[in-house]
Every structure is written in C-alpha cells, then in structure tokens.
Design a protein around this ligand. Sequence first.
Ligand code: IPM
Ligand code: MG
Length: 367
Amino acid sequence: MKIAVLPGDGIGPEIVAEAVKVLQRLEADQAAGLRFELEFADVGGTAYTNHGHPLPEATLALAKQADAVLFGAVGDPRFDALERHLRPEQAILGLRKNLGLFANLRPAILYGELAAASSLKPEVVAGLDILIVRELTGDIYFGQPRGRRPSPDGAFAGAPEAFDTMRYSRPEIERIAHVAFQAARTRKAAGHAGKVTSVDKANVLETFQFWKDVVIEVHAQYPDIALEHMYVDNAAMQLVKAPKKFDVIVTGNMFGDILSDEAAMLTGSIGMLPSASLDANGKGLYEPSHGSAPDIGGKGVANPLATILSAAMMLRYSLRQPEAAARIEQAVQAVLRQGLRTADIAEPGAQTVGTATMGDAVVAALG
Ligand code: IPM
Ligand code: MG
C-alpha cells in the first residue's frame, strides 16, 4: 500500500511524524501482515519555499498514484502577501480538486475522558458523536468566474469590487447526498438515530434552494433514514444549544468549513479530530481537522492524536484494514485513560506531555 505523506507547514511535520511511527509499529507486527510504502513530499508554504509552488507537479503526481494521502497541515501568515494561487492553502484546495475528493467526513466525537475540556456543560456534550459531511470541491470555493487581485504585488487598495460566485451542479449535490444518507445508514446499524440534517440557506440563496430540492429527491431512495432541513444560522445555534440532536449533517463547502470548526470545538479539542476526504472510489486524503498552528510549530507541544486518528481513518476507508484502524483508535482511548494530555486537552494546572511523548504512548498502547 503506497501512501503519499505530505507533512506541510507549522506543526504539520511533527504531528505527521507521530502518525508515521504508529504506522511503522503496525508494520513491524508481522502477524498483521501490513506493508506500507511511505513516500514523502513537500506541500504548502514549505513547498513554495523549496520549489516555488505550494503544490509542485511532483507532489501532485505522487498523490495521484498513491493509494492514499496522509496530510499534515498547510498555512503560515508569512505567505499572506503572496498572490492567491501561490499561497499555502492552494495546495490543499488543488489536491481536493485534482483528486476529485468531493466528500469530506468530519466526525465530532467527545471522548468521555475529555468532557471537562469542552467549553459547554458536560450534560450538553456528554456522549456526543456526530458526523459532518461537507461537500468539498464545489460551492463558492470553486465558483466561476473568480475575481483576481488586480496586481500581483499590491493589495486590493483602490479596486472597485471583488467577487466570488456560489454555484452547485445537480450531480455534485446528488453524490454528496448519497454519501450522507449511506453514512447515516451505517451509523444507524451501530445504534445512531439514522437522521440526516441538510444545512442550507434556501431562504436567501437560489444555490441552496436547489441544494435542498436535490437532497429531497435523493432522499426518496433512503426511506429508512429521516431527513430534516435547517438554515445554516440556526444550525450554528443548535450546535451549541443541543448538539446531540444531530446525527449526520450534510452541507456545502463553505457552510461545512464553518460548522465543522464549531462542531470540533464542542468536543473540547480540535486537536483530537481526524478527517477524511474521499473520491468516488474510496481513495482519500486524510488530515487532522485542525490547521497548521504556526505559532506553536516546531515546539513539540502540538497534539498528534487527530493525525494519528486520521491514519486510522485511512486504514478503514482507503486501505480497507478495519482491524488495524480499530487498534489505533483503541490505543488512543487507552492513552487518554492513562491520563496523558497535551496542552490543548489538559485541565488548567494539570501535567502535560509533548507531541513525541504522546505519539510514543500510542505506539506503546498498540501492544
Ligand atoms: C479546512 C481549511 C481549509 C478550507 C483551508 C486551509 C483552505 O479551513 O480544511 O477546513 O477552508 O477548506
Ligand atoms: Mg476550515
């Protein structure tokens, strides 16, 4: 199994290194019979610095031929002054678009051991386990035509306007709706409600009236799954008011970007949450839901668990190794039970461990 490993910027390299340790430990376990061919490449600001482009041809080619991509994070304010197409963020957007990774799965799960880390009352979040399905290659992120900063080196100062267009095609909505209904079905079999909440802004935007209508059409094929609709502003409110009323949320690229950060924080730490971005055939890119946190990059204090859990998602969805995935997830639970905490999930005044110590503990817990 060939895995493209793209560490990226900020804390990316250090958190990815821990996930790699975990994969190598699984590999060393002869009985599991797993063989990973890990190939590393630059991406984001690091790639811009080394090769003049955030997504070099070689990196894209590697990602295309690999069975899966393990991704750290990109972004650094040092590159804010660059033309948009050279900024680090364009690397992840380019990978999503070029690899056709339209389905972004972002679970928000509260680990019982971390209930106190949430900013919400324990009874509001205890047992939270919801899934955000975010459409990832359409919407205002990839609208046509796109505005352009008028001059490459200067700012927008003096320009008369700027615009981005919001757009969805019927097949784009249909395929993400299928992903959401199927995920709800799988979750229902595991005891969840079997409900999809489609989040839109149909009261104002044609794009999202269309979204809503197409989701209703697709729903006809899933009579066993309940469908409800919610405006995005209300959804933002309900997520903090009664998050456990959700099961699967399906929404567009932009709303999904915002709501998934919000949902992640309900769990107390965005440093815990993995994500998968899948194409139509199950090939995927796996990355932590959090960003590159350049302020703490290189300090060895970042939480590697979201990346380690992303590697578990990779084993489950793209490499079809559910047992190895479950082993990693159980090892993460075990280190939490042992009381190990990186700074982001520690209670005030509690003892914390660094990135490598946390990764080593997960490796040890794998047995
Ligand atoms: C995310 C990030 C990206 C996005 C950025 C880095 C382009 O916020 O994955 O949620 O907006 O999609
Ligand atoms: Mg985001």
